[in-house]
Design a protein around this ligand. Structure first.
Ligand code: NDP
Length: 244
C-alpha cells in the first residue's frame, strides 16, 4: 500500500506522457498527487498515462503545451490551476536532445535546443510562481549528466542543461523562502528503443554496472517532491556513478 505523501497536492509534469516523464507522472500519482500530464505531440500516450494516474485513485488532466511559447505556457498553467484549484509543483522534464559535431551546429539547431531546454523551464517556472508561492510549492528541473560533463558531440544539449542547472540555483535563491527549487540530473537512461551496443558499453563503464531506468529518475524526483523543503538549489545525479 503506497504512502500518500502528496495527497491533496497538484503537480504539472512537462513531457509527462512518455519515457521518463511518464514514470515521473506515475510516481507522483502513486504518492497521491493529482497530475497534469503535459504533452506536445504525444496525445495518445498522455491519455494513457493520465488514465493510469486515475487508476491510482488520483485526478489527472492532459493538456497540450509547447514550452517554447509564452502564450501556450500561460494558458497551460491557468488551465491546471482552474482544474485542480491549486498548483503545488512543476516538473520541468520536457527537452530535446541534439547530436552534431560542434563546428557544424547550425543557429537553428542551437536555438531550438536552448528554446526548449533552458527557456522552456524558465517560462514554466515564471508563469507558475504566483501559484507556487501561495502554497509553499516546489520546482523540480530535469537536468543531465551532460550539463556537468563535456560530451563533445552534444555541445548545444550540454550547454543548455548546464544553463538549466544554474537556473535551478538562481531560482532557488530568488524564489526562497516560499518555493524550493531542485534538479535531478540523469546519466544514461535505458529504454527498449535504446541503442543496444551503446547501452552495453555504458553499463560496463558505470560503477553500478547497469544503466538507469526511468523509475530511478522518478524516485529522485519523489525525494525532492516529498522530502524536506529546506533542501533547495541542489543538483542530484542519478547515474550509477558514471559521472565520478
Ligand atoms: P524525451 O527526449 O523523450 O522528451 C521528453 C518529452 O519532451 C517528449 O515526450 C516531448 O513531448 C517533450 N517536448 C519536447 N519538446 C517540447 C516542447 N517544445 N514543448 C513541450 N514538450 C516538449 O526525453 P527523455 O524521457 O529521454 O528524458 C526526459 C528528461 O530527462 C529530459 O529533460 C532529458 O534531457 C533528461 N535526460 C534524459 C536522459 C536519457 O538517457 N533519456 C539522460 C539525461 C537527461 P511529446 O512527446 O508530447 O512531443
Amino acid at each position: 500500500m503506497p504512502i500518500h505523501l502528496l495527497r491533496g497536492k497538484s503537480v504539472l509534469v512537462t513531457g509527462g506522457a512518455r519515457r521518463i516523464g511518464r514514470a515521473i507522472s506515475l510516481a507522483l500519482g502513486n504518492a497521491g498527487a493529482d497530475v497534469a500530464v503535459i504533452y506536445r505531440t504525444s496525445q495518445a500516450e498522455a491519455d494513457q498515462t493520465a488514465h493510469e494516474v486515475e487508476s491510482l485513485g488520483c485526478r489527472a488532466l492532459t493538456l497540450q503545451c509547447d514550452v517554447r511559447s509564452e502564450d501556450s505556457v500561460r494558458k497551460t498553467i491557468a488551465a491546471t490551476v482552474s482544474h485542480f484549484g491549486r498548483l503545488d509543483m512543476v516538473v520541468n522534464n520536457a527537452a530535446i536532445f541534439g547530436s552534431a559535431p560542434l563546428e557544424s551546429i547550425s543557429l537553428e539547431q542551437w536555438d531550438a535546443v536552448f528554446e526548449t531546454n533552458a527557456r522552456g523551464p524558465f517560462l514554466v517556472a515564471r508563469e507558475a510562481l504566483t501559484h507556487l508561492r501561495a502554497v509553499h510549492g516546489r520546482i523540480i528541473n530535469i537536468g543531465s549528466l551532460g550539463g556537468m560533463h563535456a560530451w563533445a558531440g552534444h555541445a548545444h544539449y550540454c550547454a543548455s542543461k548546464a544553463a538549466l542547472h544554474m537556473l535551478t540555483q538562481t531560482m532557488a535563491k530568488a524564489f526562497a523562502p516560499e518555493v524550493s527549487v531542485n534538479c535531478v540530473a540523469p546519466g544514461w537512461i535505458e529504454f527498449q528503443e535504446s541503442d543496444g551496443e551503446q547501452s552495453q558499453r555504458l553499463a560496463a563503464k558505470t560503477p553500478m554496472k547497469r544503466n538507469g531506468t526511468a523509475e530511478d529518475v522518478a524516485q529522485a524526483v519523489l525525494f525532492f517532491a516529498a522530502g524536506a523543503s529546506f533542501v533547495t538549489g541542489q543538483i542530484l545525479s542519478v547515474d550509477g556513478g558514471l559521472g565520478l
